[in-house]
Design a protein around this ligand. Sequence first.
Ligand code: GAR
Length: 193
Amino acid sequence: MVILIGNKKIKAAVFISGAGTNLESLIKFSKKKRSPFIVQLIISNNLRSKGLRFAKIFGIKKRIFKFKKKKLDEKKILKILKFEKINLICLAGFMKILSKSFIKNFKGKILNIHPSLLPKYKGLNTHKRVLLNKEKYTGCTVHFVSPNLDSGKIIMQKKIKVKKKDTPEKLGKRVLIEEHKLYPKAILKIFNL
Ligand code: GAR
């Protein structure tokens, strides 16, 4: 559990690489009165992330770091996070692996959403693998980020049924709808709200 001090909202940075639909849902949730956080900053490793448009739409600062020189970029990011007084990092479809030392700097304050019922199906192409293995159920997980990929403590999961006619795309779309609801709920949970 993360403790909220006073009535001040926590400043969050959301890291993205792609469409940013989870980012959009987090921003929309953050504008609600009961939200414990505001999205102060958007970070992407990909200049072409569609999700970067939400920076303009919602008037949020954005920064791009290509992670070609990972150590250097992480150093620069840490500086910005400190300057912006960021207290929570939400990885939302961020496809770069953060270094152990970066994670240590934000111990217990980095969350991630993953499109499977962890510990099953860590890594990429989760929906394809779920279908190949003829799983009856799949879902999504919000967890704390630890130095090992997709392995930190689980905060919340949502389970859904796999349908006979599912394709990876169809299944992915249904899981994504659940992701948009689960991420805000998991954040409320860590703040004990
Ligand atoms: C989401 O399904 C998220 O769970 C997944 O990428 C997608 C991003 O969508 N993340 C991972 O696979 C991380 N291992 P979005 O950009 O529309 O939020």
